[in-house]
Design a binder for this molecule. Structure first.
Ligand code: ADE
Ligand code: ZN
Length: 310
């Protein structure tokens, strides 16, 4: 039984200080000695920000993740850390096109899969396409690699990046093909952009939604998500870090639960947000006085919503 499940976790956003030091030493890359200085490279400052500033925090960890050895080691270390945090299954995600200084996308994926195979807990991989302009070829390559590695560790694709700058409806070219090729997908939607982004994602055929919290602004959408039982990968602390909520006491989780929407709790980016899965639950428990029953529902939702049922 998978007791404690994280379905939405970016590898590059979840590189701990120790992991970063190990990667830097492996590659003889100079990084700050001071704990605080290193942390400020990996983690957003308090009172950050918006999603665009938040996404700026990924350039440092990505710079440490440009070789096969580094990607493999980082993934294995991350899974060891998750195991130590009592996480029993994780769906990791990353965008292979962000690790192509010297590697091709396929090599980057192989390296992460090798790291996953060495990890102490079961895991599956979601490949992120990126919201950008002029990267259609890279996104389609990611999709075709998802097909190649489907059943070999890769379970789905995703669309990550600056949602407000590059709207979901611009990316039909990826998801029409994914649907034809039977590749399941989740899409980051309803995070920096409003409910229309979630409508676009479900109209494309997304079977899960990354974040989706801004569905709260649209009662018809809330009904639709409940009726169709489309799981939302909520990431509460991340939503505070990107300025969506000032305080978790304002987080509308209970409205989703009360409506019967399949919500799950996830970390998104453990190091960028300074969080862990157990911390997410602790903070929600305190902020919203979640009951044991509600916590059990959230955890059961995550087990059922996993792309991999193995
Ligand atoms: N990449 C990493 N974290 C992300 C987030 N919260 N939204 C969009 N893209 C991301
Ligand atoms: Zn995310």
């Amino acid at each position: 039984m998978r007791a404690f499940v994280d379905l939405h976790l970016h590898i590059d956003g979840s590189i701990s200080l120790e992991n970063a030091r190990q990667l830097a030493s492996l590659q003889q890359i100079a990084i700050p000695d001071s704990e605080d200085a290193l942390r400020s490279l990996l983690q957003v400052r308090d009172g950050c920000c918006d999603l665009n500033e938040f996404l700026g925090k990924f350039s440092f960890p990505c710079s440490l993740l440009q070789t096969k050895e580094a990607l493999k080691k980082a993934t294995e270390t991350l899974l060891k850390e998750l195991h130590a945090q009592q996480v029993s299954y994780a769906e990791l995600r990353f965008a292979p096109q962000k690790h192509s200084d010297t590697l091709c996308q396929k090599q980057a994926i192989e390296a992460v899969l090798e790291g996953m195979a060495k990890g102490p807990i079961p895991s599956a991989l979601i490949l992120c396409c990126m919201r950008d302009k002029g990267n259609e070829e890279e996104n389609l390559e990611t999709l075709s690699l998802a097909k190649e590695f489907q059943g070999k560790g890769v379970v789905a694709i995703d669309l990550a990046g600056a949602e407000a700058l590059y709207k979901t409806n611009e990316f039909g070219y990826i998801f029409e093909k994914a649907r034809k090729e039977n590749i399941p997908f989740t899409i980051h939607a309803g995070e920096a952009d409003g409910p229309q982004s979630i409508w676009d994602a479900i109209n494309f055929g997304a079977t899960r939604i990354g974040h989706g919290i801004r569905a709260i602004e649209d009662p018809v959408l809330m009904e639709e998500l409940a009726k169709r039982k489309i799981p939302l990968e909520l990431c509460p602390t991340s939503n505070v870090c990107t300025g969506l909520y000032k305080d978790l006491r304002d987080y509308p989780l209970r409205a989703f639960l009360d409506k019967g929407i399949v919500v799950t709790i996830n970390t998104d980016d453990m190091s960028v947000c300074g969080t862990t899965l157990s911390l997410e639950f602790e903070k929600l428990k305190e902020a919203l006085q979640l009951t044991g029953e509600e916590i059990a529902v959230l955890q059961e939702n995550a087990q059922k919503a996993a792309f991999s049922k193995e």
